[in-house]
Design a protein around this ligand. Structure first.
Ligand code: ADP
Length: 402
């Protein structure tokens, strides 16, 4: 079966088509500036050819129609007719407490996604638009929703409750949800497989998804027991532009000093903090590395804060699980930045966690980084959220057709 995977953002829409008979990617691409002048789409065939479509997209419906045009383009497309696409899998940011797993979309599911819009005000409406645009353009083709939050729904109450007045939880859904769930699920399952511990309820992994957004998860026996992002992706380790966890009293203090309102303040925490805020140079770890090598002390500081906070999370999750068998690095920074990986585990030798510098000289492929015979395996596993979405979609659609 061929499966289309859609990741719709507020003004962008990324897609991939998988041939699930071989789990190969046939093509991928993305629409940008949806609803903004000068929108365009880039389409890449698996054979390396590329085509750019400069076309106005006033909404996600236009974007989906343009994606269909590219998929059936005689020059660079991957299907003759859209009916060769058997199902569509959608990445959905927030599933609240309602969605603990991926699900086939129906009216009730759409209503559920709508109910938690207050928790994902930018993404959930875009995700819904992507779903509705596909429903209209390809009626009768099953649509599947795969939630970023679902994998974390197994967390125990002690991990997801904030120590706030209890009614904030019951009335306003205030609790830790966590994100990057498909990535943590994929790499933790791969880790269990690679360590020969699949299905072992005692296998304990800390997964470190280090990208532009970063999050950690403690996964015991394949189930998430804690994660670092919160009710929104702002909590946890400092990120490219997000502050991560800070003393909440800073908000009032800085707002008094600067005259910012709460929206401006939140925007600073999301867009102007983290690595960008600390370095004053960039949110990109490559730029920070270059700055550090050229003697820029603030670039060095930013990376230092990042690895220190990460190291504390790895150790605290080992404590939360009563031990750790494996640490996994993944995503843009985790897969490419050996210096971050090396320094993040520095000082954790007392727990059996260390990285062999030679083995660490690797990128882009599964690798064992810990020394031969180490008590804790440190692995680098490239993440593949789109493949998780395609697999879930295939499994649900196949089951529903039986
Ligand atoms: P997103 O959270 O947007 O999915 P990614 O997981 O793709 O992010 O990670 C993107 C980040 O990865 C970039 O901002 C950059 O900091 C980092 N990165 C990518 N390539 C490299 C590299 N070769 N060396 C160091 N960092 C890299």
């Amino acid at each position: 079966m061929k499966i289309l995977v859609i990741n719709a953002g507020s003004s962008s829409l990324k897609y991939q088509v998988f041939d699930m008979d071989h789990e190969t990617v046939l093509c991928k691409g993305g629409c940008e500036r949806i609803g903004i002048p000068d929108s365009f789409m880039t389409h890449k065939h698996a054979d390396g050819r590329k085509k750019e479509y400069k076309q106005d997209m006033k909404d996600h419906g236009d974007a989906i129609r343009l994606v269909f045009q590219a998929l059936t383009d005689p020059e660079i497309g991957v299907v003759k007719h859209m009916d060769e696409i058997g199902a569509v899998g959608h990445r959905v940011l927030h599933g609240g407490e309602k969605f603990t797993a991926s699900t086939i979309v129906n009216e009730a599911v759409k209503e559920g996604i709508r109910e938690v819009i207050p928790l994902g005000p930018l993404h959930n409406p875009a995700n819904l638009k992507g779903i509705e645009a596909c429903e209209q353009a390809m009626p009768g083709v099953p649509q599947v929703a795969v939630f970023d939050t679902a994998f974390h729904q197994t967390m125990p109450r002690r991990a997801y409750m904030y120590a706030l007045p209890y009614e904030y939880y019951t009335k306003y859904m205030v609790r830790r949800y966590g994100f990057h769930g498909s990535s943590h699920r994929y790499v933790s399952a791969e880790a269990a497989r690679l360590c020969g511990r699949e299905g072992d309820p005692e296998f304990k992994v800390v997964t470190c998804h280090l990208g532009n957004g970063s999050s950690f998860a403690a996964v015991k026996g394949g189930k998430c027991v804690d994660t670092s992002m919160g009710i929104t992706p702002l909590e946890g380790i400092p990120m490219g532009t997000r502050s991560g966890s800070i003393d909440p009293a800073i908000l009032e203090y800085v707002m008094d000093k600067t005259g910012m309102d709460i929206h401006e303040m939140t925007n600073v925490l999301n867009k102007k903090s983290g690595m960008l805020g600390l370095s004053g140079v960039s949110s990109d770890f490559r730029d920070l590395e270059k700055g550090m090598e050229e003697g820029d002390d603030r670039c060095a500081m930013a990376r230092g804060v990042f690895v220190y906070q990460g190291r504390k999370l790895i150790a605290s999750y080992a404590a939360a699980m009563g031990g750790v068998d494996c640490v996994v690095f993944t995503a843009g920074v985790g897969e490419n930045d050996g210096d971050v990986r090396q320094r993040m585990v520095e000082g954790l030798e007392f727990m059996g966690i260390s990285i062999d510098p030679e083995r660490n000289n690797v990128r882009g492929k599964v690798a064992e980084l810990s020394p031969e015979g180490a008590r804790v395996k440190v692995l680098m596993i490239p993440t593949n959220e789109e493949l998780v979405i395609a697999r879930d979609t295939l499994a649900l659609v196949t089951a529903s057709q039986k």
